[in-house]
Design a binder for this molecule. Structure first.
Ligand code: TYM
Length: 328
């Protein structure tokens, strides 16, 4: 039994990439572990966001967590800003982080590119993420491939803290799946599928209507060879669809390639679309039941109480290690 922590930002829609890369793992891991799954709203405010939209997104993400199969009896599900220790430890870790190492984060470099007024929050974003993880003595962090660098920084900060003060933090490990770690954009399959894509055809939202999903997959960019095989480098579009299909149905990529040996892209895409629709339809139905239910608030209230107890206890120890205490 390991302690698990992960989170998703309530910024914009939740994509199929978020689901296949992260959320699906969350569900698989909740049974035999001590898991914390967070809606990281403090990370969302690193970019300018309408306040009502953020509130709605927070609820939506919570409902999607539950609709995807997260069970509050098994995992602790909560909203980051409601457990104040996250921001507090975030500041403490910012004070031991270097400008150089933060500036080297590729996510920061990508997001700040060409923007002279880039927010300071975006720069210190990884220290808040480190705080999320370290606050619970987390051992495993299930994430997609793009978060690996942030977890490496988390480990560096933990090690630095442990050496400089007391042996306080557990070393977390990223848990990145072989398949699904990097679901690509449907319109540009050499780029990650991202909720911040300005072209909505590039991503599938977990709440897209079946017909929208069908259209998006039908128009997904592929290649002209007409052969359905897995080759990320030379056939990124088809490989991405194979990966999505495989993860949506549980059929291996090898078996799918055999199955579609004598088929064509049109038929293949239609089947991928139906597989994604079949995956998301029951999640969407449950989501609609939950979104305005009092049950959702009760679950998040209970999650906050559970997370807060652990976080406050650990924060007191960390503060003491750093000297933020009147008593020795
Ligand atoms: P976020 O909100 O961008 O994404 C949430 C999770 O989804 C994964 N993901 C993908 N996986 C596969 N293919 C894709 N196209 C794809 N797009 C996104 C991400 O890797 C992530 O696992 N910084 C984090 C949120 C965070 C966090 C944490 C995560 C804050 N604190 C503590 C783990 C632990 C982020 O921006 O994720």
């Amino acid at each position: 039994m390991a302690t698990i922590f992960s989170g998703i930002k309530p910024t914009g829609v939740v994509t199929l990439g978020n689901y296949l890369g992260a959320m699906k793992q969350f569900v698989d891991l909740q049974d035999d572990n001590n898991a914390y799954y967070c809606i990281v709203d403090l990370h969302s405010i690193t970019v300018q966001l309408d306040r009502v939209e953020l509130m709605n997104n927070t609820r939506k993400l919570a409902a999607l967590y539950l609709a995807s199969g997260l069970d509050p009896e098994k995992a602790t599900i909560f909203v980051q800003s409601e457990v104040k220790a996250h921001a507090q430890l975030g500041w403490m870790l910012t004070c031991i982080a270097g400008m150089g190492e933060l500036g080297r984060m590729t996510q920061y470099k990508d997001k700040s590119q060409g923007n002279e007024n880039v927010g300071a929050g975006l720069f210190v974003y990884p220290t808040l993420m480190a705080s999320d993880i370290l606050l619970y003595n987390t051992e495993l962090v299930p994430v997609g491939d793009d978060q690996k660098q942030h977890i490496e920084l988390t480990r560096d900060l933990a090690e630095r803290f442990n050496k400089r003060y007391y042996e306080t933090f557990t070393m977390p490990e990223p848990l990145i799946q072989k398949e699904g770690a990097r679901i690509m954009s449907l319109t540009n399959p050499v780029k990650k599928m991202s909720k911040s894509d300005t072209n909505a055809k590039g991503y599938i939202s977990m709440l897209d209507e079946p017909n929208v999903i069908r259209k998006k997959i039908k128009s997904a960019v592929t290649d002209s060879s007409g052969v359905i095989s897995f080759d990320r480098e030379n056939k990124p579009g088809i490989s991405n669809l194979l990966e999505i299909y495989s993860l949506s149905t549980g059929t291996s990529i090898d078996d799918l390639v055999k199955q579609y040996e004598n088929s064509n892209y049109g038929t293949f895409k239609q089947d991928v679309a139906e597989a994604v629709v079949a995956l998301l339809e029951p999640i969407q139905a449950r989501y609609h039941e939950l979104i305005d239910s009092p049950e959702l608030d009760e679950i998040l209230d209970a999650g906050r109480a559970k997370a807060e107890t652990v976080a406050n206890k650990n924060l007191a120890k960390i503060e003491k290690a750093m000297g933020l205490s009147r008593k020795r």
